[in-house]
Design a binder for this molecule. Structure first.
Ligand code: ME8
Length: 597
């Protein structure tokens, strides 16, 4: 799929530059929002090349406020979106809220509000969280919007006209919490908080109820072999591999037709079935079409729909990897290129839930840890293949170790006036550090250069497979190596009056700056504010921060380095302030460990 960066057309490159310049954000909230709006507007400009990319998060239910898990999906998508922009792609990034269905209808009733007012309130909370956390979405979709209603009705009519929807009756289990129909095998016994025996979904643990209704059915069973063919022909369509295997297994089993409407008498809060005012379209069919609505369906979706990638939590895998592709096949539309699946954040080893009182408020935490701190923690500790347990203590330790001490410490050392009184990007002297081992450099120094040189490729591979934590692990390992490099040669001990020592000192700083420039460039998708601060301090201009500009340590290959001799950017304070006296959350980490045992 990748083409060389140099193929980017001039117009796209210009947009890319604009997007890059947007990273020169000050940390003030006002400016940050302006920055994001530049990012948003710029990516709606159409580029006349095929380097388009479209990434989505799930659209979130508005029955409750956003929690850490929602922010996690958004941060992953934001990271991939920003990475694609860095690569020179024209990238579109959609998120938003899922506002129809019984669950929302009941939540609005319980809140004593009319459904739309209720949805608007909660949707705004999601938007506020995402804006506060620098989620640079280019489109925020709400399923209550007119453009979406039109897309859903059109989509329904296409399926109907192809004979893929028929009037039938559904009798079976339904979970309102999951808005999902279940077979007898997917249901088990449980006891609710009042001691009543109930039936629950084995997968989600949510209560299920028996229902019998006349409604419309979609011929899902007819698509089993096509879905299998798709997956067998596209082994990377669902990532990571573990989830691909899960879907393959589902497709070996029985795949009954799917109910795609509810009786209007039970569900009023939704889009009516075209031509049948007695029925409401099933909320999942409605919700999935959001991805098409944003792409411009039904008239002008091709540019984006051919390059769609979805980020989803493992809880909604079946909807995205079975129902959605079947709907799309039915409608004669291309299937998503990738469905990236991630596991869950737990607290004390348990799923976050209001009743357990263990919900982590991402807004509050991002104030404590800073926006970039929160983003870094989520992406560094979140593992797609298995659940990750959240504790404040982990975040506190990780951020202090990797952002404050390791990365911040390295920048601090090399820019300190004691070592760098002229405040310049010092010169590199090949006599001190020749391309072949010799001079004053030692074997470990060459190993470090090799690791840093290879970093863009390593990071690309991990970003593209959504293993962002591995990319950050690799960057962090290199930062440690660079710190050891400085420590090993102790430039503060060198005798400046000796020209040879002075040159060696300059060379050490130059090499460290080159490493820092690499780290700052590669970290932009994860910690945009910190990267901006770092690159600005090094004097790297906004249009020199793309992946194509990285050209690591050209002087060692006898080439010119555009940064050498430049005056550094001004000192705007430490990169990441150490978190001290943190008001560590009530969910005491020790207690958490015990609970885990
Ligand atoms: O399912 N850890 O919305 P939803 C990580 N509206 N991610 C989590 C999480 C956790 N503990 N909890 C939730 C819906 N998520 C539908 C989606 S899409 C067409 C319709 C994230 O509000 C994760 O991405 O229940 C999960 O799939 C999603 O939020 C579910 O959000």
């Amino acid at each position: 799929m990748r083409t060389p960066f140099l193929l980017v057309t001039r117009s796209c490159k210009a947009i890319h530059r604009l997007q890059q310049s947007a990273f020169v954000s000050s940390v003030s909230a006002l400016y940050r929002h302006q920055t994001i709006s530049v990012l948003r507007n710029s990516s709606t400009v159409s580029c006349k090349d095929d380097r388009s990319y479209y990434i989505t998060t799930p659209i979130f239910y508005v029955n409750a406020s956003p929690h850490l898990g929602h922010l996690y999906s958004a941060v992953i998508a934001d990271c991939l979106h920003r990475y694609k922009l860095l690569q020179g792609f024209n990238s579109k990034f959609a998120t938003g809220t899922d506002e129809h269905g019984l669950k929302i209808q009941l939540a609005a009733e319980a809140a004593g509000k009319d459904p739309l007012t209720f949805c608007t309130d909660v949707s705004e909370r999601f938007k506020h969280l995402f804006n506060s956390c620098n989620i640079s979405y280019t489109d925020y979709i709400r399923t209550t919007e007119q453009r979406h209603h039109q897309a859903v009705k059109h989509f329904w009519s296409v399926l109907w006209n192809k004979g893929l929807i028929y009037k039938g009756s559904y009798e079976g289990w339904y979970s309102t919490q999951d808005e999902s129909f279940l077979t007898a095998l997917q249901v088990g016994d449980a006891v609710d908080s009042s001691g009543n025996e109930i039936k629950v979904s084995l997968e989600s643990g949510h209560k299920v109820e028996w229902m019998k209704e006349e409604n419309y059915m979609f011929r899902l069973s007819a698509f089993r072999s096509q879905l299998l063919d798709w997956l067998k022909g596209n082994p990377r369509a669902i990532q990571p591999e573990l989830f691909y295997q899960v879907v393959l297994k589902w497709l070996q089993e029985d795949l009954p037709d799917l109910s795609v409407s509810r009786q209007r008498s039970r569900l009023q809060w939704g889009i009516p079935v075209p031509g049948d005012a007695e029925q409401t379209i099933y909320v999942w069919l409605d919700a999935l079409v959001n991805y098409l609505t944003v792409a411009g369906y039904p008239d002008k979706h091709n540019q984006w729909w051919n390059v769609a990638h979805h980020i989803v939590g493992k809880d909604i895998l079946k909807f995205h990897a079975v129902y959605w592709p079947a709907f799309l096949l039915g409608a004669g539309l291309p299937l998503p290129q990738t469905i990236y699946v991630h596991s869950h954040w737990t607290v004390g080893g348990k799923k976050m839930s209001k009743s357990l009182g263990n919900v982590v408020d991402p807004l509050e935490r991002s104030k404590q840890f800073t926006t970039d701190g929160m983003r870094y923690f989520l992406l560094r500790q979140g593992v797609p293949d298995s659940d990750s347990d959240y504790t404040d203590d982990k975040a506190f330790k990780l951020l202090n170790a990797e952002l404050a001490d390791s990365l911040g410490g390295l920048l601090n050392r090399c820019t300190a006036p004691a070592l760098n009184p002229a405040q310049v990007y010092t010169a590199f002297f090949p006599q001190s550090f020749p391309s072949e081992q010799g001079g004053r450099a030692v074997g470990e120094d060459y190993h470090m250069l090799e690791a840093v040189k290879n970093l863009p490729a390593v990071v690309e591979q991990h970003y593209e497979s959504m293993h962002v934590f591995k990319a950050l692990e690799a960057i962090s390992a290199c930062v440690r190596q660079t710190n050891r490099f400085v420590q090993r040669h102790a430039p503060w001990k060198l005798e400046r009056s000796d020209i040879r020592d002075q040159r060696w000192l300059d060379t050490i700083i130059h090499v460290s700056f080159e490493c820092l420039r690499m780290y700052g460039t590669l970290l932009q998708p994860v910690v945009p504010e910190i990267s901006d601060k770092l690159l600005s301090r090094l004097g790297v201009q906004p249009d020199e921060r793309g992946l194509a500009d990285v050209n690591f340590l050209p002087k060692i290959r006898g080439m010119n380095c555009p940064f050498e001799g430049r005056v550094l950017g001004s000192d705007t304070g430490v990169l990441f302030t150490r978190l001290e006296n943190l008001d560590i959350d009530k969910q005491n980490p020790k207690k958490t460990k015990k609970a885990k045992k």
